[in-house]
Design a protein around this ligand. Structure first.
Ligand SMILES: Nc1ncnc2c1ncn2[C@@H]1O[C@H](COP(=O)(O)OP(=O)(O)OP(=O)(O)O)[C@@H](O)[C@H]1O
Ligand SMILES: [Mg+2]
Length: 388
């Protein structure tokens, strides 16, 4: 196993016909610790796959360094980087059994050429036995040991996915690269395989970089998450830290479902050590948060409130620092089993709240809502950076 370090990694693609340049990855600096499970997340086209392909050696970088352990690998061939990849379109060999699919790469790597095998029969048998042991153990871990004789077409999507994983695991790589490996599975199987992958990582502790554009996958799987946008890393931290302290509006809006409510044109007025935020209703903050708003006195900010941090007044007794009560209009209610999603309006603003399923809220009726003041966010309207 090994750490992976990216230093000022860049990739500029040049379109052969138009000669136009696409800066797909911009100055990416990242240290993935030995044994860590790191998730790269971001919208389509933000540079996730390109970053992975550079680590794998399938794409040459146009600047910067890639280290695996202490070794700079920019000029090391993909097969010598000791990396295993699982991609979305994991092509299994259709004419080979599950066993042979898993053994193929290993045989290529471990067995000496045929004429040497003839000279050294004993050693060859030992290696073959070793390969067999690895395949059977891995298949057992993945729950595919009963399927070793089958051909891929006789497997379900989830089983094929496991074979593709197994093929990567038997190679005992120093680093796993996984690019949306679950996106071909249906929703239920995806959740199951997600949990299996986490368990597997706890067992094997192989350094893993996992790409997804699914924020739920990122939040549940990553020890740390890197959020990317337009080729630029926005923030890298633990899931909870990203959720609680997003550095900008993009990260704030990207993580969490339903998305954070953004109330644009919220007016700020400072009075002593209290700051009042006004947008058809008022929210008062004090102390450190009020100080951070000092430069915005008389100006506007974007107020950010997560749907989960809005609570119906009768359920608000557990909130330590509740806001004043705000009366809102309920437009639509979606019932989702354990929670209800409320679509609300207050003044000119529309907000989404996620409340207890027992909530007595009724469509087209008013309700009284309280915010948890410890969890409200404010953003600078021009830079979109977090103020708090
Ligand atoms: N071979 C290429 N030639 C030119 N541009 C490319 C090439 N490969 C990728 N790009 C561009 O680089 C940018 C990043 O692409 P990349 O595939 O890394 O995105 P991604 O984050 O993996 O997106 P997705 O979630 O859709 O898989 C995109 O603008 C893409 O069009
Ligand atoms: Mg991709």
């Amino acid at each position: 196993m090994a750490s992976v370090t990216l230093r000022n990694l860049n990739k500029v693609f040049t379109d052969q016909q138009t000669k136009k340049e696409v800066h797909a990855v911009k100055d990416l600096n990242l240290e993935i610790r030995d044994g860590e499970f790191l998730v790269l997340v971001g919208p389509s086209g933000c540079g996730k796959t390109t970053s992975m392909r550079m680590v794998a050696g399938l794409e040459e970088s146009t600047g910067g360094e890639i280290l695996i352990g202490d070794r700079v690998v920019n000029d090391v061939a993909p097969r010598d980087r000791n990396i295993a990849m699982v991609f979305q379109n994991y092509a299994l060999y259709p004419h080979m059994s599950v066993y042979d699919n898993m053994a193929f790469g290993l045989r290529l790597r471990m067995l000496p050429p045929f004429y040497k095998q003839l000279m050294n029969w004993g050693e060859t048998q030992t290696i073959k036995a070793d390969i067999d042991k690895r395949i059977r153990e891995t298949a057992k871990t993945l729950g595919i040991d009963q399927l070793l004789d089958r051909k891929p077409k006789a497997l379900s999507g989830g089983q094929r996915q496991r074979v593709a994983l197994g093929r990567a695991i038997v190679r005992e790589p120093q680093v796993f690269l996984m690019d949306e490996p679950l996106s071909n599975l249906d929703a239920k199987l995806r959740v199951q395989t997600r949990a299996d992958l986490i368990k597997l990582h706890r067992q094997l502790k192989v350094t893993t970089i996992y790409v997804t554009h699914d924020q739920v996958e990122a939040m549940t799987m990553g020890e740390r998450i890197v959020v990317m946008k337009d080729g630029l890393m926005q923030q890298c931290d633990t899931p909870m830290e990203l959720y609680k302290h997003p550095v900008n509006m993009f990260v704030a809006g990207f993580l969490g479902t339903p998305s954070m409510n953004f109330l644009h044109d919220t007016k700020v007025s400072i009075d002593g050590d209290t700051a009042t935020l006004e947008n058809g209703f008022t929210v008062k903050v004090s102390g450190d948060r009020a100080k951070k708003l000092a430069a915005y006195n008389g100006k506007t900010v974007v107020l950010g409130i997560r749907p989960q941090d809005m609570v119906e007044k009768s359920f608000s007794s557990s909130i330590v620092h509740p806001s004043d009560t705000v009366r809102m209009q309920v437009d639509v209610i979606e019932t989702m089993g354990a929670v209800k999603t409320l679509y609300l309006t207050v003044g000119k603003s529309a907000l989404v709240a996620e409340v207890d399923a027992e909530s007595p809220a009724k469509e087209l009726a008013p309700i009284d809502v309280v915010f948890d003041l410890d969890t409200v966010h404010a953003f600078d309207p021009s830079t979109e950076q977090a103020i708090f």
